[in-house]
Structure formats: C-alpha cells, structure tokens
Design a protein around this ligand. Structure first.
Ligand code: COA
Length: 260
C-alpha cells in the first residue's frame, strides 16, 4: 500500500504502520487520518496480516496530536464531524479483530494519546510523554479520549489528566496502566516486534475471539459478559485451532496453527 503521510509494510504476518510526518511530530492532519482509516480498512481484509504494529516516524514523537492548525475557527457542526471522523478511525483500529500494538516513543499527545489508547496494548520508550492537552486549547479530547482513558486508568486519574492537560512520563503512564511496559529507546522496537511475531504464530481465529470477548464484554454487564465468554469459548473449543493446540500439548510439541 502506498500513501503520502504513512508507511505500511507487511512481513511474516506483521504489518508495521508508521505515521510519517516527523517534521510535524507526526500530527494527524485530515489527510493522515484518512490514510490511516484506509490503511486499517485494508489490513482488516488482508489475510496475510495477523498482527499490526503502529508507531511514529523519528525519535521525537509517536503522534503529537490532531493538527492544531486545522482546528482553529471550526463551526460547531464542523468540529463535531471532525471528532466523529477521528472516532470512526480509532474505532476501526480498536475493532480490527487483530492485535494492534502501539510502539510509543516520544510525544503521544491529544489525538496521538487517543490513537495509542485505541490499540490493543501499548509499549513505550523511556522518552515517551503522554497526555491530553486539549483543555489548554479550549477543547476537550474528541477522538475517544474521554471514554477510553477512564476505562484504562479509572475516573479519578483520567479526570486529572483531562482537566489539567498535563503530560506524564512513560514510567508514570506504566504505573497507572496507560502503557503496559517501558523500554529504552533502542530496545522498544525489537521488544514490540518480538511480541508481534509471537502473536503472529498463534491462531488468528483464537486471537479474534479473545479480542471480541474482552472488547464487547467491557460494554456489557458482567453477567452478560460471562454469557458472551462462554459462547465464544464454545466456538473456540470446537475449532481446528483448539484441536491443534491441545493435541500439540499432549504430544509435547509446538502447535502449528494453520493461518491463511
Ligand atoms: N498540530 C500541528 N502541528 C504540530 C503539532 C500539532 N498537534 N504538534 C507539533 N506540531 C508541529 C509544530 O508546529 C512544528 O512545526 P513547524 O516546525 O512548522 O513550526 C513542528 O511540529 C515541531 O514542533 P515544535 O513545537 O517546534 O517542537 P517542540 O519540541 O518545541 O515541542 C511539543 C513539542 C509536542 C511540546 C509541541 O509541539 C506541542 O505542544 N504540540 C502540540 C501538542 C498538542 O497540544 N496536541 C494536542 C492537539 S489536540
């Protein structure tokens, strides 16, 4: 796939998507948001892609937010539609049905932090700075941040970040569960690619079921979530992947999952 503002390369089941506007700290202008949407729509359909890694170009930023220049002087309906488009793109990532790992180096602010939160999980470099600075611009987060952040870190911590607009370090983000692990800058991508490769060797079907159970379950009552889990466990239990995984364990060998 060829784009102007992003790069996308698929190797051995792993797609690496790079937001590629390093001079603008990878800020998400409309063109970039549109390209990410198109790219992820196509990765969803691409059988050769089993895992996605999302990162920013350069060492300074993952993504420093939505493009502030494009947000000045918007009318109410334009601003609402801007937020809805951003949300739709991030929802596509969250609901891709394949693991998406955010590799967060440098600034992940505003829409960049929201982009990382839409991923399945986040690994960060020790130079990462995360935050939702929108209130300083007279705005609130509009790409899902007011909803995803409290689900990840709890209401009190989310409100502190949203209201103050302050930035936190990778270490602080890890302590509150906003990122999963922190690595040195040079170790980040090797660590992310190692986990991505391990996921690419699992059954894509099984991972999709796990993503669905956790993702949809969080939007339900716990009891409904248990029903969903049991139903999906049923589907997994009778799958070719379960036959191979359990047989391989009994036969003391590594499973060989048949992915397309
Ligand atoms: N939108 C548009 N352009 C952005 C941007 C954004 N969110 N973030 C950075 N840029 C651009 C800068 O305008 C600058 O462009 P220029 O060289 O043409 O002037 C370039 O990226 C480099 O940024 P700069 O501010 O010079 O880097 P810095 O190291 O001094 O500061 C930040 C880094 C992240 C602290 C600062 O860029 C910043 O505060 N960005 C906005 C963050 C934000 O509020 N994001 C939420 C938006 S909803």
């Amino acid at each position: 796939m060829s784009f102007e503002n992003i790069l996308c390369e698929v190797t051995d089941g792993v797609a690496v998507v790079t937001v590629n506007r390093p001079d603008k700290l990878n800020a998400l202008n409309r063109a970039t948001t549109g390209e990410l949407d198109t790219c992820f729509a196509s990765l969803a359909e691409d059988a050769a892609t089993r895992v996605v890694v999302l990162r920013g170009a350069g060492e300074k930023a993952f993504v420093a937010g939505a493009d502030i220049g494009e947000m000045a002087d918007m009318k109410a309906d334009e601003a609402e539609s801007f937020a809805r488009k951003g949300q739709a793109m991030l929802n596509r990532i969250e609901n891709l049905g394949k693991p998406v790992i955010a590799a967060v180096g440098g600034f992940a602010l505003g829409g960049g932090c929201e982009l990382a939160m839409a991923c399945s999980f986040r690994y960060a470099a020790d130079n990462a700075k995360l935050g939702l600075p929108e209130t300083g611009l007279g705005l609130i987060p509009g790409f899902g941040g007011t909803q995803r952040l409290p689900r990840l870190v709890g209401k009190g911590r989310a409100l502190e970040l949203v209201l103050t607009g302050g930035m936190i370090s990778a270490k602080e983000a890890a302590e509150m569960g906003l990122v999963n692990k922190v690595f040195s800058q040079e170790d980040l991508m090797p660590a992310v690619m190692k986990v991505a490769a391990a996921l690419a060797h699992k059954s894509s079907f099984t991972l999709r079921m796990a993503l669905q159970a956790v993702g949809e379950g969080l939007e339900m009552t716990q009891d409904s979530g248990f029903h969903l889990e049991a139903a999906l466990f049923g589907v997994c239990g009778s799958s070719e992947a379960a036959r191979e995984g359990c047989t391989a364990f009994v036969e003391k060998r590594k499973p060989d999952f048949k992915n397309p």
